[in-house]
Design a protein around this ligand. Structure first.
Ligand SMILES: [Fe+2]
Length: 268
């Protein structure tokens, strides 16, 4: 898929959950999955403008996990933007990625101008909690950026502000969703898409009129169990995927790339 010059192309990858020393996680090796994703991007999508990874970079937030994550990421031939999720440890992340952009309030938040809109990378993590939060300081930053800028916006965050119908995932979604929405609402016509992680599922739809999408994690997925269970949240091993996103003035198009699918190709 070669990029049209009048188009922004980027990769949405999420929840790699790297473990230190590549210790298996639920019986699979997360670093091997990240390596396969990077091999795929380097060979098939090296013309992408950037890769965004929407959090849960490591599973335990430990130094060994970030060291391995950083080592694998150095093989990526495309610039990257990293978000943190509830499995990340912000202090350890900052140590291993000292150049990662932060907002003036110190959170892992930043903005990036593109020819087809402003990308806003948000930090919804709260240390020691699996639940998504967006505190007053972060809300002030977002409100300021939206007020000071004009034109199209694309949002990226780990925790979805919306419910997906899976009870345990919904319990850990962004808690301040209503206050978050109050900031977005005056600008909703500018906001072209909201990309999230955390759900470990392919999702697409809209939240209060904003189009949204999520990709599968790289190592493990959340099973489609819509009924509360005393056993807790079920996982499964549906194949990993990343998103190939094509943006121009008219549209935001998200392809789910099942990058480990080696099925036969044929000519129509
Ligand atoms: Fe995750």
């Amino acid at each position: 898929m070669i990029k049209n010059m009048d188009m922004l192309k980027f990769i949405h990858l999420t929840d790699p959950h790297i473990t230190g020393d590549d210790i298996p996680l639920y019986g699979h090796r997360p670093a091997a999955r990240l390596r396969a994703a990077i091999d795929s991007i380097n060979s098939e999508h090296h013309d992408a403008d950037f890769v965004v990874i929407t959090g849960d970079l490591t599973h335990h937030g430990d130094d060994a996990g970030y060291e391995l994550f950083a080592r694998e990421l150095r093989r990526l031939a495309v610039p990257s933007h990293l978000l943190v999720g509830n499995h990340d440890d912000v202090r350890s992340f900052r140590f291993h990625f000292p150049d990662a952009q932060r907002c003036d309030c110190g959170f892992i938040q930043s903005s990036k101008r593109t020819p087809f809109g402003l990308c806003l990378f948000l930090d919804t993590s709260q240390q020691g909690s699996s639940i998504g939060h967006y505190c007053e300081q972060r809300r002030d930053w977002l409100e300021g950026v939206l007020k000071e800028t004009s034109g199209p916006v694309m949002l990226f965050m780990h925790h979805p502000p919306f419910a997906i119908g899976i009870p345990d995932t919904d319990a850990s979604r962004l808690q301040e969703a209503e206050m978050f929405w109050q900031i977005l609402a005056p600008h909703h016509q500018r906001i072209r898409h909201l990309f999230v992680g955390h759900a470990h599922r392919i999702l697409y739809g809209n939240w209060r009129g904003l189009s949204v999408s999520c990709m599968r994690g790289l190592n493990h997925q959340v099973a489609l169990e819509l009924t509360p269970s005393a056993k807790g949240q079920m996982g499964n091993f549906e194949p990993p995927a990343y998103g190939v996103v094509l943006v121009n003035e008219e549209q935001v198009m998200v392809h789910m790339h099942d990058f480990m699918n080696n099925s036969e190709r044929f000519l129509f």
